[in-house]
Design a protein around this ligand. Structure first.
Ligand code: HEC
Length: 128
């Protein structure tokens, strides 16, 4: 019984908020800041920007069916735990000439949550 309670407490601790990345919170950030121009998840469509599926490990500018700028296509960025946060802080500085007219996300926690939300989608928008 004692071990059982301990195990339960550990589960609560590891899923609690704190600094942990939280895909649900990331979805809220996505809806607020990105959704006007991007779709993500199953059946995601091209909007003003490309659907953001299968981003983790993908070379920038390679989502099928979207007409990217040269800047995005030739940026040499591969989306990852390292490059996404750096880019989204200030897209127009990180990728000069991008057509993504967006000032960036300042809050580190919003960025971590946003990436936790986006990286869960495979190419067809299903969660991995
Ligand atoms: C005003 C519209 C707009 C908003 C708001 C916006 N984007 Fe974009 N985004 C674009 C466009 C347009 C592109 C394509 C840029 C290009 O081709 O130069 C793009 C490209 C991207 C790319 C590169 C994709 C690839 O395949 O290389 C990522 C990643 C991205 N956006 C993430 C986000 C996230 C995350 C948010 C919210 C925090 C966001 N964007 C908000 C319009 C927007």
């Amino acid at each position: 019984m004692r071990t059982c309670l301990l195990a339960a407490a550990l589960v609560i601790a590891s899923t609690g908020t704190g600094l942990a990345q939280d895909a649900a919170a990331g979805q809220a950030v996505f809806k607020r800041l990105c959704f006007p121009c991007h779709d993500a998840g199953p059946g995601a469509k091209v909007k003003l920007g490309p659907p953001l599926n299968g981003l983790d490990g993908r070379q920038a500018g390679t989502i099928p069916g979207f007409n990217y700028s040269e800047a995005n296509k030739t940026s040499g960025i591969k989306w990852s735990d390292a490059t996404f946060p750096e880019y989204i802080k200030n897209p127009m500085q990180r990728m000069p000439g991008t057509r993504m007219a967006f000032a960036g996300v300042r809050d580190e926690k919003d960025i971590a949550n946003l990436w936790a939300y986006l990286k869960q989608f495979d190419d067809s928008g299903n969660t991995k």
